[in-house]
Ligand binder design. Structure first.
Ligand code: GLA
Length: 382
């Protein structure tokens, strides 16, 4: 259509571009080999680009966002997510850099839950609890992928079949994750899932952002706003107490732009639970938008580079985690070292341990129903 319109009308190219759908104007994608797992399974990478210099790379190992290049206020693009240059890094990694998390994101107390009177057990991999789906979650599998195209976006759709009984969860669960990049500088992540037996699920993306660039120091001076007047306090094993507590008057109050480092070392028992030595954030905030994807959920900016990230989500909660477990021993892309507090995550989710918490929104999925989740990361620079 582009060609025939152009030839027939004889209009100038700039006018043509303004009137064309965005994908024709400047969006492109390509895919190629990324490497092989230790057992020889090929892993592919999908590279999505827009005309404003944004570039997202997704690999089929863990349906992982491997890199995200975003221009700063001077137009200089830098990779702002932590990760590795090869599959082996991801296979050996324990920090879930950029991965799709499932079947149950965040923690299940004792790795256990009950459904219709029956007990299920997920392998424990976080002290007494299970974390991010157990010892081999969705992040440690190679997904199938195909390019996708929306009205105003380019993308990749990844699928994974989690078998009945895998990591203790009931039901064959078909999972689909679509990453798309738009000309409005949005990276959209859309999830779908269905099951043939009642099950529980909590899917999320575990990108670690540093708006100054991955491996360029810590994020303590970056300004975070979380549109959440409540959070779910935790016990010493990071399991929610079940309470929804007001953030007002606590270091968890990010209702106005606040430097991430401002209160990170505050003498508050919750911060000590999250990071016993120096303090840190690792909590689920209950978003005021309550799953309304059109409302701003979070907003983080870096005064130095001018980069800004705005978050929108259909999920009721977000885990804001300040990389408390990174200790400068992990070497990532281009040999850069990822320091303590070297990034933050915004894991959009249902609340942790929901299957064991009667007053939290349900994470149950029944046969015949489709689970959906929609999260948007929008970027700009000032
Ligand atoms: C989530 C958890 C953290 C930590 C990271 C992965 O953010 O809440 O406690 O386990 O994942 O390292």
């Amino acid at each position: 259509m582009l060609q025939s319109r152009y030839l027939l009308s004889g209009l100038g190219l700039s006018l043509m571009i303004a009137t064309l759908p965005a994908h024709a104007a400047g969006l492109s994608s390509e895919h190629k080999a990324f490497g092989k797992t230790n057992d020889g399974t090929p892993v592919e990478q999908y590279i999505l680009r827009n005309s404003h210099g944004l570039q997202a790379t997704v690999i089929t190992y863990g349906a992982t966002l491997q890199s995200l290049k975003v221009p700063d206020k001077n137009g200089k693009a830098e990779d702002i997510v932590l990760g590795f240059d090869d599959v082996q890094g991801y296979q050996a990694g324990t920090a879930y850099f950029g991965a799709t998390i499932g079947r149950y994101g965040n923690r299940l107390a004792g790795g256990a839950f009950k459904l219709d009177g029956k007990s299920y057990q997920v392998p424990k991999n976080d002290g007494p609890n299970s974390l991010h789906g157990g010892t081999q979650g969705f992040d440690k599998h190679v997904w199938k992928a195909q390019p996708s195209k929306g009205k105003d976006s380019v993308g990749v759709t990844l699928t994974y079949l989690s078998k009945d009984g895998e990591m203790g969860f009931p039901g064959n669960m078909k999972t689909e994750v679509t990453y798309s990049l738009t000309e409005n500088n949005e990276l959209r992540i859309e999830y779908k899932a269905s099951t043939d037996k009642p099950t529980v699920l909590n899917l999320t993306n575990h990108s670690y952002f540093n708006l100054a660039g991955a491996g360029n120091g810590d994020v303590l001076q970056q300004l975070a706003t979380l549109h959440a007047s409540h959070y779910t306090p935790i016990d010493g094993t990071l399991i929610p107490t079940g309470e929804l507590a007001p953030v007002a008057g606590t270091p968890m109050d990010f209702t106005h732009p606040t430097a991430i480092g401002k209160n990170i070392k505050a003498d508050h028992p919750q911060l000590k639970f999250a990071e016993p030595k120096q303090g840190g954030f690792d909590f689920n905030w209950a978003l005021d938008a309550k799953g309304d994807v059109s409302q701003l959920a979070a907003d983080v900016s870096d005064p130095q580079s001018g980069r800004r990230l705005q978050l929108y989500t259909s999920e009721p909660g977000v885990q804001f985690y300040t990389s408390n477990f990174l200790d400068g021993t992990v070497k990532g892309k281009a040999g850069k070292v990822y320091s303590h507090w070297g990034a933050f995550t915004l894991e959009t989710q249902h609340y942790p341990d929901s299957p064991n918490q009667a007053n939290f929104p349900s994470t149950r999925l029944d046969p015949g129903k489709t689970y959906t989740q929609h999260t948007v990361f929008k970027f700009s620079a000032q």
